[in-house]
Design a protein around this ligand. Structure first.
Ligand code: PFF
Length: 461
């Protein structure tokens, strides 16, 4: 029954608080940093179309599934999975789904904090005028010289991780939502300003063509897997972040409506980021597939030329850092909630210990751009491996298990009750999506990518 349990960690004061927090979790570096560069690496339009399909057919139904598990379990993902599995007469081993999430969360937080650190650093670079009148070469050179310094990257990574740890230690319902209430709309407006600028000075036509005219000859099994991974990453799925936020959701709130809104906002921000970045890429002769530096190299060119660019640019990176912070806290929260529940640790202790562990792992990612740049395994650095394993493998795997759990293992009555719907059209569509489409989709995409990988390494021909 919805509301039968109570979370020991508290509850959102309203449905809007959940929407703000879940949107805060979903909208982050994934939309503005990762989406454009992964799109660039995978050839544009066809990738975007597959991404949108993944969001609609796999992401949103699983997001509803995660939220309903969270709200019904009212505990950290590990304990919620265990409690619900027992309640439904299933094996307590379902808690390992929670464990998978914890491991994925540590890995994601580790490299996320490194990139968020870049964003914080850029507030000062852009604000200090480092990009005034810059061109593509100079902007790329500055990015490389910045990320080339291990000390600087680790320093900003440390600062970001400390901020994340402090906020999570204080509990999420304090000042954060108040801040998010203003800062997220501000980010949206500023993104519109940059899109406007990119439209007037960059090659907007080429960008729209690149983003929305699908060329399926560019599509491979790996790029479909990348689109699926990006959908999970961007919607914060597959590792318990939305599950733990769902566990603080008031009983009377409609999950489908709330989640629908969060997913639309998330996708809208990603599309806007694409429309801000690609006109500059094509207008200034940059390479769309140039990797993780893309947003830092492109937008700084725009800020370097537009009126009040120094101010707008600094503000933009402040907002991007805040968006990253509201995502990072949702990655840390499930682990902290679990440590508090299971070992009776204080939030401060749980938060410092887990942030510190993720920080240590993050140092490996920070070094991947300088000291360890040549340390590669099958062409991937430590950073690339962390990103690939967590986002492209673990999140879809976690999502697959969530879909199986809510689609096949929980009783229909429980899921209907928690979604707050009757056995009508909406419920049937949702059920087909989680029972059939999402699992088959994930498995096919995994299988296909595995075959390509085995061919690449010469095991298959
Ligand atoms: N959704 C966040 C983003 O797009 O930046 C990243 C993220 C947050 C991933 C929470 C996973 C997660 F659980």
């Amino acid at each position: 029954m919805a509301g039968a349990r109570e979370s020991i960690h508290g509850q959102w004061s309203s449905r809007w608080m959940f929407i703000l927090a879940a949107t805060g979790s979903a909208v982050g570096l994934g939309n503005i940093w990762r989406f454009p560069y992964v799109t660039g690496e995978n050839g544009g339009g066809a990738f975007v179309l597959i991404y949108l399909l993944c969001v609609a057919a796999v992401g949103i139904p699983i997001m509803m599934g995660e939220t309903l598990i969270g709200r019904r379990g009212r505990q950290s993902p590990i304990n919620a999975m265990r409690a619900l599995a027992l309640e439904e007469g299933l094996s307590a081993n379902w808690r390992f789904l929670g464990w998978l999430g914890v491991v994925a969360g540590f890995i994601i937080l580790s490299f996320y904090s490194v990139v968020a650190g870049w964003s914080v650093a850029y507030v000062f670079y852009v604000g200090g005028g480092a990009f005034a009148g810059t061109d593509a070469t100079a902007s790329a050179a500055l990015f490389e010289s910045f990320t080339g310094s291990a000390l600087r990257v680790i320093g900003w990574h440390s600062l970001f991780m400390v901020m994340t740890g402090i906020i999570v230690a204080r509990g999420v319902s304090g000042g954060l939502e108040q801040a998010v209430k203003w800062l997220m709309p501000a980010l949206f407006v500023l993104l519109l300003v940059v899109v406007g600028y990119a439209m007037s000075t960059g090659d907007f036509g080429a960008a729209v063509n690149y983003l929305f005219a699908p060329d399926f000859s560019e599509v491979t099994g790996e790029s479909v897997l990348a689109a699926l991974g990006q959908a999970f990453f961007s919607l914060s799925l597959g590792m318990g972040a939305i599950m733990i936020y769902g566990s603080y959701l008031p009983a009377a709130t409609s999950i489908p409506r709330t989640i629908g809104l969060v997913a639309v906002c998330d996708t809208g921000v990603a599309m806007l980021a694409g429309l801000a970045i690609f006109p500059i890429v094509f207008g200034f002769g940059l390479e769309p597939g140039s990797g993780p530096g893309l947003v830092f190299v492109t937008l700084t060119i725009a800020f370097g030329h537009m009126p009040f660019g120094q101010l707008f640019g600094a503000l933009f990176f402040v907002l991007l850092s805040v968006a990253a912070l509201t995502s990072a806290i949702s990655i840390l929260e499930p682990v902290v909630a679990w440590l508090v529940e299971s070992f009776k640790w204080s939030r401060a202790k749980a938060s410092s210990a887990s942030a510190l562990s993720a920080w240590v792992l993050g140092v490996g990612s920070a070094l991947s751009f300088n000291e360890w740049a040549d340390l590669q395994l099958v062409g991937k650095t430590f950073f690339d491996w962390c990103e690939f394993l967590s986002t492209t493998v673990m999140l879809p795997l976690g999502g697959l298990l969530v879909a199986i759990f809510v689609g096949w293992r929980m009783s229909q009555r429980s899921t209907m009750e928690e979604l707050g719907v009757s056995d009508g059209f909406f419920y049937r569509v949702w059920r087909v999506l989680v029972q059939v489409i999402a699992p088959i989709g994930v498995l096919l995409i995994f299988g296909n990518a595995l075959v390509i990988f085995l061919k690449d390494v010469g095991v298959l021909d």
